[in-house]
Design a protein around this ligand. Structure first.
Ligand code: ZN
Length: 300
């Protein structure tokens, strides 16, 4: 049953069970899920909802201060499970690539200072001055290779995230796990990969590519969001786990079978979720995870 169809009492029971369960399991919340909150507010809300990890965004960290953010996160008993974002190399055009790689280096330094092991890396979409996907890929690849040198020195893994093809114009010209694996093979040590159910659930080659990434030891991040049956927005209408059409348990099992034992991260770009009070949204997420995911990390 959808959590939205429950009466208040069963909803609270459900949420309570979810809270107890997440205390002992590796489910983490990407900060974008509670995007209206500052970092101190987000850490407090996520912790009191029973989760043990937070993946942070650079703008929120900078607004609070890096050292202060680090202290607040650990005071709430949370682990920094990831950092957003590096990349978008092509987004502002060829002349701006240098500025974007400089910016990525700064992001890597902040991630290292916070103790994040990996940084989500999204390469950018088409160059504004060109319709050639190949050209954008070539520019993005070179910029990524250059950024990787700095990441290796900082000992932060660049976790390459393939985005759904609808994001080609503006966000990413890497659109399948196969492409991400191919890029990682060419780039070598220091590269990791994000598997995000929202981006790859439709792709019949994705399961084999997850196994391939697992063999290469590069599975670093697992993002979950559901795809709503009739989605109303390309970017900002992701579903709470369990609300949509993705077999999340299957994807979790594929990750486990490929050797991944890291965090399951709920990442919701959703105007609907953002409009809810954060405590309510996190309770619904907790209940949704209980319903639609197996024991975290096991998929069973
Ligand atoms: Zn993601």
């Amino acid at each position: 049953m959808s959590v939205y169809l429950m009466d208040a009492e069963s909803f609270m029971d459900h949420a309570q069970r979810g809270r107890e369960r997440h205390m002992s399991e590796k489910i983490t919340i990407n900060q974008i899920t509670v995007s209206s909150l500052s970092l101190p507010e987000a850490a407090a809300a996520i912790s009191s909802a029973g989760f043990r990890g937070i993946t942070v965004w650079r703008d929120k960290v900078e607004a609070t201060g890096i050292k202060t953010s680090k202290n607040i996160i650990s005071d709430h008993g949370l682990e920094v499970t990831g950092f957003c974002l590096a990349g978008l190399f092509t987004q502002k055009g060829r002349d701006a690539v240098r500025g974007q790689t400089d910016d990525a280096r700064r992001s890597i330094d902040i991630a290292a200072e916070l103790g994040a092991k990996s940084i989500v890396t999204v390469v950018g979409g088409l160059l504004p001055e060109s319709k050639s996907i190949d050209e954008a890929r070539s520019v993005a690849f070179d910029a990524l290779a250059e950024t990787l040198e700095h990441a290796r020195e900082a000992r932060v893994v660049l976790a390459l995230e393939a985005l759904h093809p609808m994001y080609v114009p503006d966000w990413s010209v890497v659109n399948s796990l196969k492409e991400a694996n191919d890029w990682c093979d060419r780039l070598g040590p220091g590269m990791g990969m994000v598997v995000d159910t929202y981006h790859v659930w439709w792709d019949s080659t994705a399961p084999a590519e997850i196994a391939r990434a697992g063999k290469a030891g590069r599975l670093t991040d697992f993002h979950v969001a559901d795809w709503l049956f009739q989605t109303s927005s390309l970017l900002l209408d992701r579903g709470i786990p369990g609300e949509g059409v993705i077999d999340l348990r299957m994807w979790q099992r594929l990750m486990k079978d490929a050797g991944f034992d890291g965090w399951t991260e709920v990442e919701l770009f959703s105007e609907r979720v953002w409009a809810m009070p954060a405590a309510e949204a996190l309770a619904a997420i907790s209940a949704g995870c209980t319903e639609s995911l197996g024991k975290a990390g096991t998929g069973r």
